[in-house]
Design a protein around this ligand. Structure first.
Ligand code: NAD
Length: 487
């Protein structure tokens, strides 16, 4: 079992409580990593260390150093990617192919933002006689990066890399289910001498202790949270006492829309891709609400009903597995609770239970499940289930389609499948979501921003905006001729 510790001020230290926490392989219930739980005092010590690093080193002023550090980190992640991917699949459950993509993307974040570190520019203007105004983009200060378990490397690096590139110091709070793989990433950071001690700290523990203290502590200037919308609300409430800056990447209930002129086979593939079965559906932007035109509704359901029961459920490390376990027993029970609610209000097309055949009985496996025409105000149509569960709703008119698509409190993403690009663009402009994919689903680009409308979040990750989130603007107002000074 992997023994994990906190990383504070450049040292590996034991968290100070005697209480233990263990991460579990969701495919078989075996322990993966263990650590003592951190206390509020441990968080305070990490925040002090981050503050000292900002005050006593050149980190926040030396963009060249930051670029070098991040580019080295990118190389280290690449060199260790197979080991990280295997550990990720073991601790989180997702299929190895997706873990490999996650490791590669994590390296890419370090590379992309390492490249941008030397390209953070302000402006100058001289818009009145005898004046020159200069605006600088400065780091915000100490950033608490609170990571989720569903992307413990990628979603950590998505915020950590731009925060560091902009010259901030960070305190990382890994998710409790996946602190082992995050610790291994921090080990790579610890080995890179360009990161001054204290610039990156790592504190393992419960969200309600470590996360909540980060959100409350006045020494933390900004929180970057990726997590559940309810957690976002709580963090926002806690952070309000010191008016912290917030980057919130939260939940989703995204519509994947199939118009009647879509290529049928491509649309089926699109629905499966959008469902993210390779992570057992546990991806924030999954297209979990399939909206299909009435004319092809029945044939669409028939095809899903044929394909899904044949998908291979198993351990994510098995190369034949298409649907791995969900992350934990608690999560499995939560998903199965939604499935039972769904059975009470709509037609079950396929799935509908836990998979327990043979070895599967040791892990937390849920069958891929589809419900047809749930009431639009029902829990399964409105709430984020975060599992391999899809709902299908049919529509006849554009008004009907838009009212269903926009009819939740979320607004993270959407997909549209059609041969008519005009129709697609027309609809994309009317859909309330931070990302709309046309004839694809889930494709990300380092240089294109991602984030939520409505209650799916605040701020943007990826791209140049994802870097500017971690800066604040200082205006320096210069009087170029002191003799002309007017009071
Ligand atoms: P979660 O909200 O349970 O936990 C996220 C992190 O917050 C964890 O580290 C947790 O320990 C911490 N936390 C929990 N309670 C806290 C509190 N009171 N104060 C401070 N921190 C606290 O989310 P999860 O279950 O780990 O991840 C799944 C959720 O994340 C889903 O809702 C998913 O949609 C969302 N998500 C969003 C994006 C995005 O880009 N928008 C990406 C991935 C996941």
């Amino acid at each position: 079992m992997l023994a994990c510790k906190n990383f504070i001020d450049g040292n590996w230290v034991d968290p100070s409580s005697a209480e233990l926490m263990t991460s579990i392989n969701p495919a078989n219930g075996e322990p993966v990593a263990s650590s003592s739980k951190s206390t509020i005092e441990d968080v305070k010590s990490a925040v002090d260390s981050a503050r000292r690093a900002l005050e006593s080193t050149t980190w926040s002023e030396d963009a060249t150093l930051r670029a070098k550090a991040l580019l080295k980190l990118s190389s280290e992640i690449q060199a260790n990617s197979e080991r990280l991917a295997e550990l990720l699949s073991t601790e989180n459950g997702k299929v190895l192919g997706m873990s490999r993509i996650e490791a590669a993307r994590s390296a890419e974040f370090a590379e992309y933002y390492g490249g941008l570190a030397r390209n953070i520019f302000g402006r100058s203007s001289a818009s009145a006689p005898n004046t020159l105004d200069v605006t600088l983009r400065e780091p915000v200060g100490v950033v608490g990066v609170i990571a989720p378990w569903n992307g413990p490397l990628l979603l950590l690096m998505r915020s950590l890399a731009p925060a560091l590139a902009a010259g901030n110091a960070a305190v990382i709070k890994p998710a409790s289910y996946t602190f082992g793989v995050t610790t291994e990433l921090v080990r790579l950071i610890a080995g890179i001498s360009e990161f001054p001690a204290g610039v990156v700290n790592h504190v393992i523990g419960a969200g309600k202790t470590v996360g909540a203290e980060l959100a409350t502590n006045p020494g933390v200037d900004m929180i970057a949270l990726t997590g559940d919308t309810e957690t976002g609300r709580e963090v926002m409430r806690l952070a309000s006492s010191s008016l912290k800056r917030l980057s919130l990447e939260l939940g989703g209930k995204s519509p994947n829309i199939i118009l009647d002129d879509a290529d049928f086979d491509t649309a089926i593939k699109g629905a499966l891709t959008g469902a993210n079965f390779g992570s057992a559906g546990q991806i924030c932007y999954s297209g979990t609400r399939i909206l299909v035109h009435d004319r092809i509704h029945e044939s669409f359901l028939r095809r899903l009903g044929e394909i899904l029961p044949r998908m291979k459920i198993g351990n994510g490390l098995d190369p034949h597995t298409e649907i791995p376990p969900v992350v934990s027993k608690v999560q499995m029970e939560r998903i199965l609770g939604y499935v039972e609610k769904g059975k009470g209000v709509s037609r079950l097309v396929t799935g509908g239970g836990r998979a327990t055949e043979g070895e599967l009985s040791r892990g937390y496996f849920v069958e891929p499940t589809v419900f047809d025409e749930p009431p639009l105000d029902s829990a399964i149509a409105q709430e984020e289930i975060f599992g391999p569960v899809l709902t299908v709703s049919s529509f006849k008119t554009e008004d009907e389609l838009l009212s269903i698509a926009n009819g939740t409190t979320y607004g993270l993403a959407a997909g549209i499948w059609t041969k008519s690009i005009d129709r697609a663009i027309h609809l994309a402009k009317k859909i309330q979501a931070g990302t709309v994919w046309i004839n694809s689903y889930g494709r990300m680009s380092m240089s294109s921003e991602f984030g939520g409308y409505k209650q799916s979040g605040i701020g943007r990750t990826f791209g140049p905006e994802g870097l500017l989130e971690f800066t604040q603007i200082k205006r320096i107002a210069i009087q170029t001729d002191p003799r002309a000074l007017a009071f």
